[in-house]
Design a protein around this ligand. Structure first.
Ligand SMILES: Cc1ncc(COP(=O)(O)O)c(C=O)c1O
Length: 421
């Protein structure tokens, strides 16, 4: 076959093809993309191809911890590209060891496995939980309990672990071995546990988010999680936290579990870990350190480039006291969002979240939809994202300033004013 250059006419802008009016013709139609092409970023700001500037409260879906084009991150990665990028886990990788050392020194975990994304990290822990069930509890068909309205990724096992039917539809048969209880509801958990374990132990693990993200920004209840921790310890069930969205400072503590005053036996990371670069991780305490050579692997997982990116994010979070910023800016954001709710009480219901992971809940009776809000905000030069059915999620870079928080609030207020009045 003759090779040709990709002409802009063939794989160009917004082709109005297929079910999504904005799908370029060469890409599979998996995303309903907005008609917005972002080509440049600096700090908390991004620019489109026409030169218009936007304040970015999406941050690559809660991923660009240090914002865009961070000077330090760019310099370190430029140097890394000129040193070594990828060698595989057949060999020792000093950047991976250094990052692993930082992670275990700064968390409750003792060992790390590196991969490339949140779904992959959860896949790893699902396999680990099943092995734990077989090996430590002699369960022939281990079950993992997950919460309703949860989100754990888009691979077959992680959609099966996700407690939202819309992600299952069309992809049945799902992976077996997952059962669901209501998030933050102890009675629901205990009833499910009793029902499953009527004739003896069958539950290997609980996989749960400390704050539900995609499900609509729902913070975990401290009392529920304390009881959950106790029950898991008592019944030798692994308590696994999905910290893909909450981990690495997003909630003002390094890890989401710190807000709940308990420690999981294992937790997964991705998103903010690489500050916009693809890396995921599974971290375990010694009791869950049961993988052996050959059990699990990844070609690119823990490569020098991705690990150097994450190491830089980690050291910058420490050196620039970014957690303090997340707490202070998070409070300002929450307070300002509450003031907006008070201005539009018929349309807006409440603000939920911790740190720089905040959700603005739209009233059920309101005619506003997340799509309408997102599109109007874009006109005002602000990027926000939805979560669940009726929540606008505000997850800016962790380095956001006081002035930029003010600007987010002002632009949101104008957005609602234009939509409502
Ligand atoms: C809590 C949680 N887990 C897992 C994932 C999946 O991560 P990824 O898209 O990197 O596979 C996400 C992504 O939104 C998430 O929020």
């Amino acid at each position: 076959m003759e090779l040709v250059d990709a002409p802009h006419s063939k794989c160009g802008t917004f082709g109005f093809v297929g079910s999504s009016p904005t799908a370029p013709i060469c890409l599979m139609d998996t995303y309903k993309r907005l008609p917005l092409k972002l080509i440049k970023g600096k700090g908390c700001w991004v620019w489109d191809d026409k030169g218009k500037k936007y304040l970015d409260a999406v941050a690559g879906i809660a991923s660009c911890s240090l914002g865009h084009s961070d000077k330090k991150l760019a310099a370190v990665l430029r140097k890394q590209l000129n040193t070594i990028q990828h060698i595989s886990n057949l060999y020792q990788i000093s950047e991976q060891e250094e990052l692993g050392e930082w992670l275990v020194s700064n968390s409750c975990a003792e060992k790390v496995f590196f991969c490339n994304s949140g779904a992959e990290a959860n896949e790893a822990v699902i396999k680990l939980a099943r092995k734990y069930g077989h090996q430590k509890k002699q369960i022939s068909e281990p079950i993992i309990l997950c919460a309703k309205s949860s989100f754990h990724g888009r691979t077959l096992a992680t959609i099966s672990a996700t407690g939202q039917e819309k992600y299952h539809k069309g992809f049945e048969p799902l992976v077996q071995g997952f059962s669901f209880f209501e998030y933050n509801d102890l009675t629901s958990f205990i009833n499910l546990q009793k029902q499953i374990e009527e004739n003896g132990p069958r539950i290997a693990a609980v996989l749960i988010e400390p704050i539900q993200g995609e499900g609509g920004i729902v913070p975990g209840n401290i009392s529920f999680f304390k009881h959950l921790r106790d029950l898991c310890t008592k019944h030798k069930i692994l308590l696994v936290f999905d910290e893909v969205q909450t981990g690495m400072g997003r909630t003002g503590t390094l890890w989401g579990y710190e807000n709940l005053n308990i420690e999981p036996d294992a937790f997964t990371l991705a998103k903010g870990l690489g500050g916009g670069h693809a890396i995921g991780a599974l971290l375990v305490k010694e009791k869950a350190n049961i993988f052996e050579p050959g059990d699990h692997a990844s070609t690119f997982g823990g490569n020098p480039f991705a690990c150097k990116a994450a190491l830089t994010v980690a050291t910058e979070i420490q050196n620039r006291k970014i957690l303090v910023n997340v707490n202070v800016r998070g409070e300002e954001l929450k307070e300002g969002l509450r003031e907006i709710v008070a201005i539009y009480p018929n349309d807006l219901q409440e603000v939920r979240g911790i740190g720089l992971m905040q959700g603005l809940v739209i009233n059920e009776k309101s005619k506003l939809t997340p799509t309408k809000i997102i599109e109007m905000a874009i006109k005002e030069g602000l990027l926000v994202i939805s979560a669940g059915q009726n929540v606008i999620r505000v997850v800016p870079p962790l380095i956001i300033t006081k002035n930029e928080i003010r600007k987010i609030l002002k632009k949101l207020n104008t957005t609602f004013n234009l939509l409502i009045n």
